[in-house]
Design a protein around this ligand. Structure first.
Ligand SMILES: C[S@@+](CC[C@H](N)C(=O)[O-])C[C@H]1O[C@@H](n2cnc3c(N)ncnc32)[C@H](O)[C@@H]1O
Length: 388
């Protein structure tokens, strides 16, 4: 006979069972990927931990982003971040031929917070403009669906056609812009270690079903440029060929306009000097998890972007640099101070005004390792430099 659960029933039981099933599924996927040698290179481990269907960190039901999740991005601090980007996008649009479609492709929109604030700030297009398209491309179908739902009202208000797409290039070549905030750092990275005169590949092995750090001979080449020439014994070197190929894919499809890559990272020599043990970080519920191999799928994994390699890949793919600066400098150049002043002037209470000013402080000074790399096809690079 149905009835109320016994008083001793664990209210979290369902969630714990889900977690156990997810952990089992992840273990099966890791075992299959590591077979037959038992060694799985770190980038392949990270790809499963973050993106395995249903059980990867970004594939889970609940969004990992925002105050309720595991971490937040600049987009969650205040909509003025997206509004500053929108101000620059308007300038980029002015360099393109009027009347033609202007397509904005956002890579890795996550929960759609950034898309919503960019579209809100863009608002309806000026008279005589071509159609505005906003395309969401997320590796996780679940995140893409959430992003679509969150951005849809703002897209409607701006008169933009909002769509989902499988990749930057899926809908063919285009004019407009590509925006990626905190996406490069989420690309699976390779980790190598210099030991006794040669590089070794770092990765994992499963011991009693749990991943533990392991290393093996380097059997896959690393894309150019060459690896550091005279490393210290034990140096851990990180790079992401996946992030570099994402830049190449953008270069292959963006015919005019700009690429805005916002992320945290450094130049390769700074990484080698300042982080000889690597920069791999695991996060859960806004805290660092001491063991990044623990409970794959439950934690965010990321590493600093190796900007030297991203810049080299962009140059090889024919993109020119329009800007390479701190995120703070970029926001300042895009007019964040005026946008904050306008927001503060509109505040309905002194408490709201203080909140706006605190958010502005956090955006300008709380993301200190974040950089903007703005790239463009050569003709657009010249035009954008001319208007900004
Ligand atoms: C750290 S979140 C950033 C979210 C959002 N850009 C923001 O600023 O709040 C990274 C997002 O990128 C997505 N992602 C990772 N790799 C991707 C790829 N190669 N193509 C498209 N999306 C990707 C993830 O699924 C996730 O939604």
């Amino acid at each position: 006979m149905p009835g109320a659960p016994p008083a001793s029933a664990d209210p979290d039981r369902g969630r714990k069972e889900d977690r156990t099933v997810a952990a089992e599924r992840m273990r099966t996927l890791l075992e299959a990927a590591a077979a037959p040698s038992g060694f799985l290179p770190f980038d392949q481990f990270m790809a499963l931990a973050l993106y395995a269907p249903e059980v990867g960190f970004y594939a889970r039901r609940a969004s990992p982003l925002g105050p309720e999740g595991d971490f937040y991005t600049s987009a969650h601090v205040h909509p003025v971040f997206g509004a500053s980007i929108a101000a620059h996008l308007k300038a980029v649009r002015r360099t393109l031929e009027p009347g033609r479609p202007f397509r904005l492709v956002e890579l890795g929109p996550g929960d759609g917070t950034l898309a919503r604030s960019i579209l809100t700030a863009l608002g309806p297009s000026p008279e005589g403009s071509g159609p505005l398209e906003y395309v969401l491309v997320d590796r996780s179908p679940r995140r893409a669906a959430t992003a679509f739902e969150r951005a849809e009202p703002a897209a409607r208000a701006a008169g933009a056609a909002l769509t989902l797409s499988a990749s930057v290039g899926a809908d063919g070549p285009f004019e407009g812009a590509v925006i990626a905030n905190e996406v490069l750092d989420a690309q699976p990275c390779r980790r190598l270690r210099w030991a006794e005169g040669r590089w070794r590949e770092l990765g994992i092995r499963l011991v009693h079903g749990r991943p533990v750090p392991a290393e093996a001979a380097l059997t896959r080449p690393v894309p150019p440029p060459d690896l550091p020439a005279t490393p210290e014994e034990g140096l851990v070197f990180e790079c992401s060929p996946g992030a570099e190929s994402l830049v190449r894919e953008v270069a292959d499809h963006l015919t005019a306009g700009a690429v805005l890559l916002l992320d945290y990272g450094m130049e390769e020599d700074e990484l080698v000097r300042g982080h000889p043990e690597g920069t791999l970080t695991a996060l859960r519920e806004h805290r660092t998890v001491p063991d990044p191999y623990e409970d794959p799928g439950a934690n965010d994994l990321s590493a600093f972007v190796n900007f030297s390699r991203i810049r080299a890949a962009a140059a090889r793919a024919g993109l020119e640099e329009v800007a390479y600066c701190s995120q703070t400098e970029a926001l300042a150049a895009w007019g964040i101070s005026d946008l904050i002043a306008a927001e503060a002037a509109r505040a309905r209470s002194s408490e709201e005004e203080v909140r706006i000013r605190l958010a502005a402080k956090s955006l300008l000074f709380g993301f200190e390792r974040f950089r903007l790399l703005e790239l463009a096809p050569p003709a657009s690079a010249r035009a954008i430099r001319g208007v900004t």
